[in-house]
Design a protein around this ligand. Sequence first.
Ligand code: SF4
Length: 169
Amino acid sequence: MMSNTKPKRKPWIRSIQSWSWIITIIWMTIANFWHPFGLYGLVCMFTPIILALVGYGKMSCARICPRGSFIAVVTKRISIGLKRPKVTFTRWFHWLLWGVMMGSFLALIVWAIPRGVYVVGNTILIFMESATALALLCGVLFTPRAWCTICPMGFTSGNLARLVSGGAK
Ligand code: SF4
């Protein structure tokens, strides 16, 4: 007999976002001196996706993400609290930003791979630093974690979490 009970979300860990911003500073600093360490950026990118796929929903965004923690820590005292433009609430805008960022990331990686691990690491680092700069700008202009409402990784993990829990539309 088929059951229509949705799978239960797995229990979340306690938040580490009071200190996980340190991870962002450490990995970016090391990667600027030793470019292959830029590959660590893939851990930051794929953690929300993997956790969503194995049933932890958006736990990474809510409890772990070092970048989310970093932008909150840096901008919480300087955020000027403007209203976010209406367009940033729309689904098509989220998809557009997702497409532009994921598309450019993929193109950059395809370009970098034949050039070796130093170039790949540096490419990932520059991409992540650019995204972090954008996130900081959003944090200053709107609210400290405004970026998290449009972030392509958060958007991806949210969609995957809905798919896994059977709630995708
Ligand atoms: S939305 Fe993006 S930046 Fe914010 S916590 Fe999630 S993955 Fe990190």
